[in-house]
Ligand binder design. Sequence first.
Ligand SMILES: NC(=O)c1ccc[n+]([C@@H]2O[C@H](COP(=O)([O-])OP(=O)(O)OC[C@H]3O[C@@H](n4cnc5c(N)ncnc54)[C@H](O)[C@@H]3O)[C@@H](O)[C@H]2O)c1
Ligand SMILES: O=C(O)C(=O)C[C@@H](O)[C@H](O)[C@H](O)COP(=O)(O)O
Ligand SMILES: [Zn+2]
Length: 378
Amino acid sequence: MATGQQSGHVVHVSTASRSYDVRVVPGILDSCGQIVRSSAGGERAFIVTDTNVEPLYAARVKESLEQEGYVTSGFMFKAGEASKRAGTWASCLEAMAEAGLTRDDVVVALGGGVAGDLAGFAAASYMRGCSVVQVPTSLLAMVDSSVGGKTAIDLEAGKNLAGAFWQPSAVIADPCCLRTISHELLTDSCGEVIKHGVLADPELFASLEDRPINEPDYEMGELASVIARNVEIKRDVVDADERERGLRQTLNLGHTIGHAIEAASDFELGHGTCVAIGLAAIARASASLGICSQETAHRIERVIDAHGLYTDVDLPHEEIVRLAMSDKKRHGDGVNVVLPLEVGKVEVRRISMSEFSALVDAGCGSASCGKTAHLTRQ
Ligand SMILES: NC(=O)c1ccc[n+]([C@@H]2O[C@H](COP(=O)([O-])OP(=O)(O)OC[C@H]3O[C@@H](n4cnc5c(N)ncnc54)[C@H](O)[C@@H]3O)[C@@H](O)[C@H]2O)c1
Ligand SMILES: O=C(O)C(=O)C[C@@H](O)[C@H](O)[C@H](O)COP(=O)(O)O
Ligand SMILES: [Zn+2]
């Protein structure tokens, strides 16, 4: 172990297709080569990262990989959701081929959820599949996107419409990487943390009510514990249902409306921010239909507001419905929605388009507290 590494958490994931460890350890980045070596093997390591993360962390990752005997190369893309597209994915594949990567080699996804989803899909499709190790550097990627094997790119028609289930060989999360994240980006990631509390953990939710996770006084050890708890919540779901036949659909809480808002904003709003708005909206809609109590909906809105996230959006309801209907969760004329019953308990229902439209009418534009997002690009 490199000096500077503190004790942390190891969460074991065991899905139908692959088992692996998620290590959440402050300072672990400098030991990533050892973990890649023992979990994925191979001779070449191909680092996929973005233009913000590359100057911050790529040299340390490269050095650690080379110390383990890897021949390194890589691909860097312009930071942001706009890069999670077919063109970037194809360029990444070409760069992998040019670097001489074989299917025994390993892709190292270094960055936020965009790097993880893009690199994961490149690994899944290169020579019909090579190993990937996820090295998440945003809070969202540590608590959510690096775990569970969903990889994807966006299409013109919507978010994550092309992709594959492709589990990593290991996940290496160093919470010290969060020191270089802006408060705004940290706040955006909180949307998924709040989602996990609502869907599975009243204790986590109550701790977020007491002390928002984006407050500056969190120590590294405390952050590592919260990240590891989120990973356990997601692990419990993906272990039981890797391919989203049933239980995994619950991880989409807040996303049916959230993805629509994300697309409508032309990705001006971050993923976590849109999930938080979608979560507040579906909670209000559920309360108005008697599916959850008004108090539950208010608690959800209040905790979202306490993290500095929006609780509502100023967007025509028809636009939200239209965009949600191009989501993967659409089935025939209906769509799956995840409804909060109480904090820690949710239910998935398949509803018709007109029922979904009624939910949007009940949940959007009806916030009882917090800020409303006004989109500039509509
Ligand atoms: N696969 C999944 O299960 C899953 C789950 C949730 C979200 N997602 C996807 O993840 C994406 C959102 O992830 P995200 O919020 O991490 O976005 P992102 O990858 O764009 O990262 C956000 C910004 O933070 C920067 N950044 C990342 N780490 C940094 C660091 N340590 N210091 C400084 N800057 C840093 C990035 O360069 C980027 O500008 C969306 O595309 C979403 O669809 C996927
Ligand atoms: O891992 C999952 O399953 C999730 O649903 C996690 C979500 O936070 C994530 O945004 C996911 O990409 C959304 O799934 P999608 O299938 O609707 O793209
Ligand atoms: Zn999400």
